[in-house]
Ligand binder design. Sequence first.
Ligand SMILES: [Zn+2]
Length: 393
Amino acid sequence: MQIQKVYKYKLCPNATQKGIFRRWLGACRFVYNLCLEHRICHWQSAGNNLTEYSQNRELTLAKKEPGFEWLSEPHSQVLQDVVRRVRLSFDNFFRGAGFPQWASKHSWHSFRFPQAHNGSIRIEGNRLKLPKIGWVKFYCHRPCEGRIKQVTIKKQAQAYFACILVEQCHEPIPASESQAVGIDLGIARLATLSTGEWYANPELFQRFGPEVKRLQRKLSRQEYQSNGWKKTKRRLSQLYAKIKRCRRDYLHKASTAIVRRYSAIVVENLQLRNMSRSARGTVSQPGKGVRRKSGLNRSLRDVGLGQFLDMLEYKCRWHGRSFKRVDPRYTSQKCSSCGHTCPENRLTQSEFRCVDCGQAGHADVNASKNIRDLGRISGSQYEQSPRALPVSA
Ligand SMILES: [Zn+2]
């Protein structure tokens, strides 16, 4: 089976290459804002939309204008990709998303080589060849397998990364256990399986929290925009980036372990947006339990449940497993052995005891059994959900 996968490597560019990256990012940002402005002006005067094609033509002309020669420095396809991004953000806007935002130094962090044809981008050892930039060294923490399709250069917390999209042949691994497994997701336990095993919350805030707090306190005492303030700010963003990497790593390991073992996986269809919506409410109708809910919001982000489900989903597809999301209503109150459903079954957050048949156990295990059974009832065919986009290694 052919699959697409993204490898992400940390680059170690030299001073010249860092300068190139910085200038290219600036040029991309400029082109984005220029295209956005043109689209707005054109809409106001002509009442219709500029096309990507005509904007690309304008871009070619703009490069010849006196004073804009620097626009010729970045690779032409890199800038054309920016024009595409403008078009996509307008497409999203017409589908109901917000109006495209101006690109600022703080919001614009990446550029992309959309085509890697006939070896214009290639890897040799720990060096990556980029068109018009040349060989850039990177930390090769794992071999990059497959045919390179496109490369995105990203700046994150003062460091540059290359996200390499490849197409590769994938050999599905046969499942070691043929049974279906239900997974209950939560804050205290990241994932509880219907077999009784469970994965803990990565507890990153417990691990990094003191350091985050220390830096935040330091930052608040420093003079805004002073050199010391900027330094602390940089260290804080580096720490956040590290937390994010640790979380991803943990989720990847847990999801791979689950997908390798079971042939069918049933999960609850989490309404993450509702769960993490701010409880603050409005001025006239203040929300209840604001402090508690914002703590919950933080731990939700901390565990990254949505990301975990996405990983399970695409890994299931890679390995030919069936994957199903089911409606989790009443799964925490229903007895998995007799089906009696009432809130009294749930003694505490973690304890379950059926008032009808007396079955007792961990509440999350009971819920995951219900989830597994729901998946059986509604058939165990893999369902393609519209959220099955991110593919990453
Ligand atoms: Zn019961």
